[in-house]
Design a protein around this ligand. Structure first.
Ligand code: ADP
Ligand code: MG
Length: 376
């Protein structure tokens, strides 16, 4: 397929922080950008040429997007996959509606991971109440997760016994779920693939991810695991992209178990919070890769220029201070790079920004990052 070149118009479904960083990348490369998002204050609108302020399934807005954009992508998986399929009739869409449909449903997602020959945690797919009337011991203690619309630990209940699991399922209103065995995690890592075609793909260095309260808190790169294990995670992510015939940026989250084995946790059909380190520490960042993939350009270089640590800034930092955090500190740290998403109100748990710290080693970057965070 021919390459789409600047100053073509590119479209994105969703105008949150991921859409915003996509818009920055696309504009920097000389493209124009249209964002579809129902929120008037969508963070991406600051950098977009056009903001279609309408629901994601609005037929007129989708038609406008299809007509005016040379290619369309998405910043999140909870868009209507059918909207992506409709758009694909008249414009180039990546990732495909089929891939988005898989990533937005934990049951389909896990089935695909298994189909690609990769390990998942032991799980039970629960489509209806009959499915949970089986022996649950293999999945306990476990986590009941809604099949759809979960993120940042939302839609998840930890359960110890079969009674608790059945009660929790009923509590969630009988919607489709997976019951997943709770694994003993050594740590969590992620790998982000950019795939343009069967012969053109690239994978970023593996990030080690530390969560707090179900939300990503820090990413450490390179991950503090054996290089062979990191290479294995990268290989698995590539294999998954291949199995899905994926076009675009695909993030794969893994669990590292006590015996140094890898289990695929979940996938995201888009750039990922754990890839924000690439904005500072790689020649090509994950949003530039998103632009390149949707335009049919070769993926850019993905090697790590320096050890780096990313720290998420949640609204809690604002609240604790009763106002703006103390940015002086970051301004005075020349090896730290601050990114703010332009969100007006800072609610607890809301992703407001992040900063990346580069240093000679990952441990040094982590020490500095934590010291900086403490002074915000
Ligand atoms: P989300 O869509 O909210 O990111 P995840 O499935 O990634 O949902 O779960 C969020 C976090 O919960 C994971 O990053 C991990 O820390 C923990 N978790 C999820 N599933 C398991 C599991 N089977 N065993 C142990 N921890 C888990
Ligand atoms: Mg997750």
């Amino acid at each position: 397929m021919s390459a789409i070149l600047p100053p073509a118009m590119l479209g994105i479904l969703g105008g949150g922080q991921l859409g915003r960083m996509f818009a920055v990348a696309a504009k920097t490369m000389g493209y124009r950008v249209t964002v579809l998002d129902p929120d008037e204050a969508a963070p991406a609108a600051d950098f977009a040429d056009r903001h279609l302020c309408a629901p994601f399934n609005d037929p007129a807005a989708l038609e406008d997007l299809a007509k005016s954009c040379a290619a369309v992508t998405t910043e999140f998986e909870n868009v209507n996959a059918d909207a992506m399929r409709v758009l694909a009739k008249t414009t180039r869409v990546s990732p495909s509606g089929d891939c988005v449909a898989i990533a937005q449903d934990r049951i389909a997602e896990k089935a695909w991971i298994a189909k690609a020959g990769l390990p998942t945690a032991p799980y039970l797919a629960i489509q209806s109440v009959e499915d949970i009337q089986v022996e649950l011991a293999p999945y306990l203690p476990g986590i009941l997760k809604t099949a759809r619309l979960g993120y940042d630990g939302k839609g998840q209940v930890r359960v110890g016994t079969a009674e608790e699991a059945r009660a929790a399922y009923a509590n969630l209103g009988g919607q489709a779920c997976v019951l997943e065995k709770m694994l003993d995690l050594q740590l969590e890592v992620s790998a982000i693939v950019t795939r343009v075609s069967a012969t053109q793909s690239a994978v970023f260095p593996v990030a080690e991810n530390i969560h707090a309260g179900g939300i990503l808190d820090e990413s450490i790169v390179p991950a503090r695991i054996k290089p062979a294990l990191a290479a294995e995670a990268q290989g698995m992510a590539m294999r998954l992209a291949e199995a899905l015939d994926y076009v675009g940026v695909l993030a794969v989250e893994f669990f590292v178990l006590a015996d140094d084995s890898l289990v695929v946790n979940e996938i995201a059909p888009r750039p990922h919070n754990s890839g924000h380190y690439t904005l500072t520490a790689c020649l090509t960042d994950q949003f530039q890769q998103q632009v390149r993939a949707m335009c049919g350009l070769l993926p850019g270089r993905t090697d790590l220029l320096s050890p780096v640590v990313m720290v998420n800034l949640l609204g809690d930092v604002w609240k604790d201070n009763g106002g703006q955090p103390n940015w002086d500190v970051l301004a005075e740290a020349p090896n730290a790079q601050l990114h703010l998403y332009g969100k007006k109100s800072a609610r607890p748990g809301r992703k407001m920004g992040h900063f990346n710290v580069m240093a000679a080693t990952a441990d040094e970057a982590l020490d500095q990052a934590r010291a900086l965070k403490d002074t915000l």
